[in-house]
Design a protein around this ligand. Sequence first.
Ligand code: NAD
Length: 441
Amino acid sequence: MTGNATPAAHDADPGAVPSVAPATARPTHDGPLATAQTQLAGAVRRLGYDDGLHAMLATSRREINVSIPLRRDDGSTALFHGYRVQHNVSRGPGKGGLRYHPAVDIDEVRALAMWMTWKCAVVELPYGGAKGGVAIDPRLFSQAELERVTRRYTSEIMPMIGPARDIMAPDIGTDARTMAWVMDTYSVSQGYTIPGVVTGKPLEIGGSLGRATATSRGVVHSTRAALREAGRELGDVRIAVQGFGKVGSHAAVMYAEAGARVEAVSDQYGGVHRDGGLDIGRLVEHVERTGSVIGFAEADPVGNDELLLLDVDVLVPAAVEGVLNRENATHVKAQWVVEGANGPTSAPADAILAERGIVVVPDILANAGGVVVSYFEWVQAQQAYWWTEAEIEQRLEERMLHAYDAVAAVARRERISLRDAALMLSVQRVAEAHKIRGLYP
Ligand code: NAD
């Protein structure tokens, strides 16, 4: 089976958890926001917070909804919808990616912004959580058109962003080039160069060494930490990676370099599988040549749905939300699920995996390496002083392992999953910030 993935039978069931979300923040449909709200409700219940605090934590602080008219290369006009959401800014400026994908909607952006709040708190960064998105399929537009969309989007959300307000980074469908356009548009509007408004920029304009691979490196550190708890190591495991983009491809390379057998990978067009491990170096060359993993000669085709259920030790969903759901979670064979993507596991699937004793290293911990090095990039830009790659990699590893150990300690103490522990820790840190700052006026 080589068909496209079924991205998400999103099946979070907000009704299943008492007072899952205050009316002000209730999702309009099942999907990532329902998953995020269910997770928050669980943490709020454990922490014993009241409804007022729950409502504050469940509700975005600021949201902007913009329309983006585009003059196409052929002279016609197209219109897109874009969003920027700051979920919480009590611990510092908003931080979060910019996504270009046709399925982007306000509820998805709200969920992603909320996860950024918890993620920054888990790894103890002085940031709140934010996210942006434009409902567009970037593959269908020229670079010049994407530049115009990016500049218009940036100018529409201008009052909300800035190095001390809200800092963007790449996500699905955007890259360093996109960040350069955002940074330039913002800088031109202010009259001087302001590199700190975005992270994940090209090195030439203040990007950080190690940022492009940071999320994947963090995913690999957290995989190693989870395996170590069970007395295992990367050298003796078989891995499947869903998604071969910025996160999945570098993670696959690093796993292979560490001696793991990466037996399957996929992208939105389908996947490839080889017992004993794929030659990841040759696969990367194939993808550079053809634009997809499919058709790689030294492997068998495998579908995206099938990949999730392969007989491997570690499953790394690194593509889109909601791929592990109520239907397929019962059939997952991996013993570890390391979430490279944001929100790949719906709330019911999470409960099933926990019940089955499968260790899930949650997104807000596993993929936090990207925002950690984004933070390093922002610090370097503020100081106009750049660190070496070795310094960055070492500091990233320290932060990831420190965060993993803190989460694992809470999980052991409370006898809960790593996800529940990570949420408990981060929600508590954000709530403490609220309490200490007090309520204005
Ligand atoms: P990307 O656009 O570079 O890559 C996405 C990959 O997923 C591509 O290989 C694409 O073909 C594949 N894909 C898309 N739809 C799919 C589907 N329905 N089924 C299977 N594969 C599909 O994006 P990315 O930056 O690698 O982000 C991947 C995930 O990681 C997202 O959830 C993102 O929010 C999360 N994330 C990214 C970063 C980062 O630094 N880039 C940091 C943290 C989390």
